[in-house]
Design a protein around this ligand. Structure first.
Ligand code: NAP
Ligand code: ZN
Length: 357
């Protein structure tokens, strides 16, 4: 299949209907503008949002869709007004590639909440063309939305930080969770959750993983550094842990009950939801009111904070734990992601596997 009419030729993998099955697609991207950089994509992480999007779980997918918003690559072109980057730089691109830059929200460095935010895929770009994501050979991005990657991070394993990393880092900062000694629960040990465990430990917290089965217990403790592990389907374990946590970060991708999570919180505890299930969750009011608890949400992070998060990862040597795959494995990867079977993020070796198509 081909989509034509724009300026730079590009090649990637796209879903064309709600089956969510990906296949090769030739399309085009805008010419490199004065503020843009063109990036040759090396690696791209596979986020559960990619899976929600290709299947139109949220109801606003426009096909064909090229997913991918955890991009690491090399700069191959710079526009005449680009000062931040030069050809050959190793850079990252996350979930957003544009915003109005002038509104009150953008002025607070919160471009991610700008009403005119442009997402890396499935969005309308500044020139009216559609945005296509990182399961592709190149991407053209306004320099403001491009990030520097600290030298000590590996190109493949740091890709998931561009979405999963900032999505858990930002609420930890905003909701005051980064307080040494406090007790953090991480609900859902997937792409977001496993990075949340690493950040929690780097911030000096006690971290408990809240997971649907015992399968990930030994890795959570021995490899990721969690202090304890709670099986959310075991009523006895839940009862024993009631009222012990200061914060919970909820990364669960599917509809689930909030009641057990609220019960795990201490008085004044905070439950912050970052997962985006396709249907509303029921909010039990009694535990909220009687325990003066708080439920909040959070969406990725602004560009300044995303750079801060990457620099923090550089300082603490935090990469994601990944399974590196070739692009032609992507449909199987999506099936395994849907079953929570990935440990803990698939990353596509884009540069090496697209060349074979
Ligand atoms: P993921 O790798 O699939 O991890 C989600 C985890 O949730 C699974 O590993 C599983 O953990 C748990 N889980 C899945 N189904 C469940 C169920 N029915 N009941 C209870 N737990 C269940 O996904 P991800 O990439 O981390 O993304 C998680 C969610 O965050 C997705 O909805 C995604 O769209 C959303 N997201 C939001 C933002 C944002 O800015 N707010 C950014 C990125 C992603 P266990 O195996 O441990 O049970
Ligand atoms: Zn994502």
């Amino acid at each position: 299949m081909a989509v034509t009419g724009y300026a730079q030729k590009s090649f990637g993998w796209a879903a064309t209907d709600t089956s969510g099955v990906l296949s090769p697609l030739h399309f085009s991207r805008r010419e490199n503008g004065s503020d843009d950089v063109t990036i040759k994509i090396l690696y791209c992480g596979v986020c559960h949002s990619d899976l929600h999007s290709v299947k139109n779980d949220w109801g606003f997918t426009k096909y064909p869709i090229v997913p991918g918003h955890e991009i690491v690559g090399l700069v191959t072109k710079t526009g005449c007004d680009v000062q931040k980057f030069k050809v050959g730089d190793r850079v990252g691109v996350g979930v957003i590639v544009g915003s109005c830059k002038t509104c009150d929200i953008c002025q607070q460095d919160l471009e991610n909440y700008c009403p005119k935010v442009i997402f890396t895929y499935n969005s309308r770009d500044q020139d009216g063309t559609r945005t296509y994501g990182g399961y592709s050979d190149i991407v053209v991005v306004d320099q403001h939305f491009v990030l520097h990657i600290p030298d000590n991070l590996s190109s493949d394993a740091c890709a998931p930080l561009l979405c999963a990393g900032i999505t858990v880092y930002s609420p930890m900062k905003y909701y005051g969770m980064a307080e040494p000694g406090k007790h953090l629960g991480v609900a859902g040990l997937g792409g977001l959750g496993h990075v949340a465990v690493k950040f929690g430990k780097a911030f000096g917290l006690k971290v408990t993983v809240i997971s649907t089965s015992q399968k990930k217990e030994s890795e959570a403790i021995n490899k990721l550094g969690a202090d304890s592990f709670l099986v959310s389907t075991d009523p006895a374990q839940l009862k024993a842990a009631m009222g012990t946590m200061d914060f919970i970060i909820d990364t669960i991708a599917a509809v689930h009950s909030l009641a057990p999570l609220l019960d795990l919180l201490k008085m004044n505890g905070k439950l912050v939801t970052v997962g985006l299930p396709d249907k509303p969750l029921e909010l039990p009011i009694f535990p909220l009111v009687l325990g003066r608890k708080l439920v909040g949400g959070s969406d990725i992070g602004g560009m300044k904070e995303t750079q801060e998060m990457l620099d923090f990862c550089g300082k603490h040597n935090i990469n994601a734990d990944i399974e590196l795959i070739h692009i032609d494995y992507i449909n199987t990867a999506f099936e395994r992601l849907a079953k929570s079977e990935v440990r803990y993020r698939f990353v596509i070796d884009v540069a090496n596997s697209l060349a074979r198509n």
